[in-house]
Design a protein around this ligand. Structure first.
Ligand code: EPS
Length: 385
């Protein structure tokens, strides 16, 4: 998948290749994800201007993918890229943003072109493409659930399981900060409110669980094709993310092997489930061992830095004079962690869709279903004997 478009250009565009023919494209689901991305306590004024809805301009006919490249488009209401007055040059780079690095890369003292593309606005295009890919996963009852785990010193201890995630999703969707734990959610909101008063910004930790993922997706034979490597790349590719963990993550460094590795049991009464009956009392591996899914939920955590544009500004330099100046202010968010959890939920699901098709792919969904069923037939007797 590839996106194109600037924050204040005419539109955002997404190109998706490799989807089989016959996937039912649920436009309402895609637009629902786009709407969720625009929400969240701490979001900036841009979200009151835009009402993101996807336009499908290629690769889909009468609601079904054709097998050809798919192109999605999201118009920008706040389109002003060629208006020099409304999009003036930016000469005082914002620490933390792409501004200064972009100016050194493209040999300019104007950060405008860099910030227009580096903007988190681009994630609308990515969410649209990933949500379309999730229409395929849903045919195999593979579902992703993302939420905000915490920020600053407000951390939820909510436990997410196959049994409770759908009720937690309802609680998340009722939360202004995409946190299923109302008490922690209120604390996070208070931290964001206080930051706004101080003209500061807030990031946070996002967490994604993917349920129903069959084992054997991904690979151990090539380092860059390990599923955890690809998920890590996808999460780190989201604007403002500075950390990614699979399962227990960094905490594994503080535990012994006997406390980390998930014991294996075979429950012959459950071989019909996505894990083929191989149950694990814990899931510290986050559903991935050796770069491959093991049938447990895939669990990913991503750390988002505080928004780089501060109302108070930060020490910077005017690139036209070399003099010390406060960084320029561009309209922005105080916190976008709720939106980031939506983006992360979708990019993680997209990587699952990619590896699913790498193992069970075909030109049509009929072939994909047939291959998956054939594989299950081969895998089942082994675990059931
Ligand atoms: C965003 C769109 C942007 C920003 C924000 C998130 O629109 P504008 O620049 O016109 O206000 O509001 O982007 C950032 C915080 C950033 O640092 O890039 C969006 O649609 O998510």
């Amino acid at each position: 998948m590839r996106t194109a478009g600037e924050s204040h250009g005419p539109c955002l565009t997404t190109l998706i290749e490799g989807m089989p023919a016959g996937v039912t494209v649920d436009i309402d689901f895609i637009n629902g994800e786009l709407a969720r991305r625009q929400q969240g306590y701490g979001r900036g004024a841009r979200q009151r201007i835009e009402s993101d809805r996807v336009q499908v301009t290629a690769g889909v006919r009468r609601g079904l993918t054709t097998g050809a490249p798919i192109v999605l488009s999201i118009p920008n209401k706040d389109s002003r890229l060629d208006d020099a007055e409304k999009t003036p040059p930016v000469h005082r780079p914002r620490p933390g943003h792409a501004d200064l690095a972009g100016c050194m890369k493209w040999l300019t003292d104007d950060c405008r072109n860099t910030l227009e593309r580096a903007s988190a606005r681009e994630t609308a295009a990515r969410v649209a493409g990933c949500a379309l890919a999730r229409c395929l996963l849903r045919e195999f009852e593979i579902e992703a659930f993302g939420f905000v785990r915490g920020a600053i010193d407000a951390w939820s201890r909510v436990e997410v399981t196959r049994q409770n995630w759908e009720s937690l999703r309802a609680a998340r969707d009722a939360s202004e900060i995409a946190c299923p734990d109302a008490i922690t959610g209120a604390e996070i909101i208070e931290r964001i409110r206080a930051a706004k008063v101080e003209k500061d910004t807030v990031g946070g930790l996002c967490e994604v669980h993917v349920f129903g993922v069959p084992p054997g997706l991904g690979t151990c034979v090539a380092s860059d094709e390990r599923l955890d490597a690809r998920i890590a790349g996808a999460v780190m590719g989201i604007q403002a993310f500075k950390s990614v963990e699979i399962g227990m993550g960094r905490t594994v460094t503080e535990r012994f092997g006997s406390q980390v590795h998930d014991p294996i049991h075979l429950d012959r009464a459950r071989t019909h489930e996505c894990h083929l009956g191989f149950t694990r009392p814990t899931n510290n591996a986050g559903g991935i061992e050796g770069g491959m899914t093991n049938g447990m939920p895939v669990v990913v955590k991503g750390g988002m830095k505080p928004i780089s544009t501060l109302l108070r500004g930060l020490p910077s330099v005017d690139l036209t004079t070399g003099k010390d100046e406060r960084s320029d202010y561009e309209r922005s968010d105080i916190s976008a962690v709720a939106a980031a959890s939506v983006v992360m939920e979708n990019v993680v699901a997209f990587e699952i869709a990619r590896v699913f098709l790498e193992k069970h792919g075909g030109d049509t969904m009929d072939e994909v279903h047939a291959h998956f069923d054939f594989w299950r037939g081969l895998a089942m007797p082994r675990s059931a004997t």
